[in-house]
Write a protein that binds this ligand. Sequence first.
Ligand code: ATP
Length: 310
Amino acid sequence: MAGVGLGLPAAPERAPEWGHDALVVCDNLVRIYQSEGIEVQALQGLDLLVHAGEMIALVGASGSGKSTLLQVLAGVDAPTAGRARVAGHDLLTLTRAERLHYRRHIVGFVRQQTARNLVPYLTGREVVDLPMSIAGTPRGERAERAEHLLTTLGVAHCADRRPDQMSGGEQQRVAIAVALANAPRVLLADEPTGELDSETAQEVFDALRTANRDLGATVVVVTHDPSVSGQVARTVAIRDGRTSSEVLRADGGGATLGPAEEYAVMDRAGRVQVPREFREALELTRRVRLALTGDHVEIRSDGHRDAETP
Ligand SMILES: Nc1ncnc2c1ncn2[C@@H]1O[C@H](COP(=O)(O)OP(=O)(O)OP(=O)(O)O)[C@@H](O)[C@H]1O
């Protein structure tokens, strides 16, 4: 406004930053591991946006980079390059103290190994109390929240049991309560149903959904289990350290989801991976013709021009 009064030209409007309205932003994220002189590119320029309130599944072949991504988002592992921001926290520039705060308050984490999520000698109530106690939450508030979480996640009966007195599914639901103790914005779960039979896996998945719908956490769950990825509105596939495709299902409310529609992911430079079966069916190789036709883009074979050119 002052500029107008002084007769100065208005500053040009800047386009909002990519992902400015997302809770989780991964932009061209790279993580390179060096082991014994060999470089492994676990993440190779991964783009991903997750909005507040979403619950998404991450799927992909073994070694595609899913766990690496989750470790980065958990603030456990630092990316090599790119941008990673969660709830306004830039994960590349966190100081030690900020990282501690981030891991305590902004994200919660549930691992596959049920036993590793809990403490063998603590009861359900005590283990949910622990992160709140470390964070300095007053005793009365802690007791109330632990009770609320255990009840909402269907494991109130585990309040006085130690892990060896709980089933695998109960251990995982208590672990979800622990991860949510300090009311994080994001709940990350790495194969949380990997060690469980299908009925128990469903109970754990339902607890994750409760965390998302009733307890306000945005949920990112890595899974190999098609019955889990089939129950979320958005499944993101990772291939070779990048997001490659997404399956979206319209959320019909309640437990019902609409039919799945698969989408290819276009990166910020406009690159799209054409599935191998499409490439092979039309012999799409090095060069293709692109045409903008009304509301879609056509990709055609180059017609083997290389072979014809003298
Ligand atoms: N600490 C590490 N040091 C060296 N290489 C690593 C390290 N962690 C992961 N990698 C490598 O990075 C790549 C991605 O691994 P990551 O564990 O993220 O894959 P993933 O998709 O989670 O696989 P899985 O489904 O088997 O758990 C793999 O090639 C893996 O060997």
